[in-house]
Design a protein. Structure first.
Length: 305
């Protein structure tokens, strides 16, 4: 099956009250793990590249691998640009076969965020490509009211943003953060905000910084020498609650990185004689595939392809 748009996958999820994972990849191994998980779970998936991934691997390599895996898996996969900030990179993605782009103007003042997002939406939609915008700041919230308000997405602003920009989906801030160290103390998340924003926008909502940092993955990493002390992710129960409130796309990168790296550390320590990259990477791919399958079941996208 050829790559499908983000809108096709996410509108279906919106109507069906489930979420689809957006999994980042920078190489063939992680891409194959995601596509393999989709095939085994009969699940749609977004396969996401950051601007950094494009710089690392090259846009043509990423697009042709993504197309090949979509064909081979037969699953609805969407090739998505994650956190597009550079106008030229976004245009290159649209021209080279990405089926969804994110324009991240969340660091800009509201009026500027609306203006740039609207412009990208017009260009992308003319090319049949879906668009995700972002409103609010991805950063852990401290337990005091004034800092919360400057970070979290405001429902009234979200309503205006969606109406004026024409985005197909909206990334919101409810207290999650990127990377392995999301919370200093106990996780603080503003889950009820999801439903409030959904009521005013009705479009698919997106949760960034959604990795859970599974205990077994963390433990394996630490056991084999990773310096990952202090890592903490989004509790799975909170993820499920956020999906119930109206999240339809859940971004996961850190969990896949930690899974790959902890497995690589284990294999390298167990097979120090190996001079075959395949010996080392195959178990990593298998471990990433298992984590992706687990996420698909948790989010409710299994069986929805
Ligand atoms: O948007 N993302 C993924 C961010 C990827 C960043 O890639 P570069 O290092 O190339 O810039 C997420 O929201 C993932 O959140 P997570 O909780 O997995 O960190
Ligand atoms: Ca942002
Ligand atoms: Zn993100």
């Amino acid at each position: 099956m050829s790559l499908v748009t983000g809108k096709e996958i996410l509108d279906k999820a919106n109507h069906g009250y489930y979420a689809v994972g957006a999994f980042n990849f920078v190489n063939m191994e992680v891409l194959k793990a995601i596509a393999g998980a989709a095939a085994e779970e009969k699940s749609p998936a977004l396969i996401a590249c950051s601007e950094g991934a494009i710089k690392y691997a090259g846009i043509k390599n990423l697009v042709s691998m993504a197309k090949a895996e979509a064909d081979a898996s037969g699953m609805p996969l969407c090739l998505h640009l994650d956190h597009g900030k550079d106008f030229n990179v976004i245009i290159q993605c649209i021209r080279n076969g990405f089926t969804s782009v994110m324009i991240d103007g969340s660091h800009l003042p509201l009026e500027e965020n609306i203006a740039i997002t609207k412009k990208i939406a017009e260009i992308a939609h003319a090319a049949g490509v879906s668009v995700e915008g972002e409103l609010g700041k991805l950063s852990g919230i401290e337990d005091n009211v004034s800092s919360r308000e400057s970070i979290l997405t405001d429902p009234a602003e979200a309503e205006r943003f969606v109406a004026e920009t024409g985005v197909d989906s909206l990334a919101i801030a409810i207290g999650t953060a990127h990377g392995p160290k999301k919370f200093k103390g106990e996780p603080i998340l503003e889950i009820p905000l999801v439903a409030e924003i959904k009521k005013r926008t009705s479009i698919p909502l997106v949760l960034h910084g959604a990795s859970s940092v599974p205990a077994d993955v963390l433990e394996k990493g630490l056991k084999y020498g990773a310096k990952w002390e202090g890592s903490k992710g989004v509790p799975e129960a909170s993820l499920v609650e956020a999906v119930k409130g109206g999240i339809n796309k859940v971004n996961v990168d850190t969990d896949l990185r930690m899974t790959f790296i902890s497995t690589l550390r284990q294999v390298m320590s167990e097979k120090p004689e190996s001079v075959d990259l395949r010996d080392l990477f195959k178990p990593c791919m298998g471990a990433v595939k298992d984590v992706v399958r687990y996420k698909m079941r948790l989010l409710g996208s299994s069986g929805k392809a």
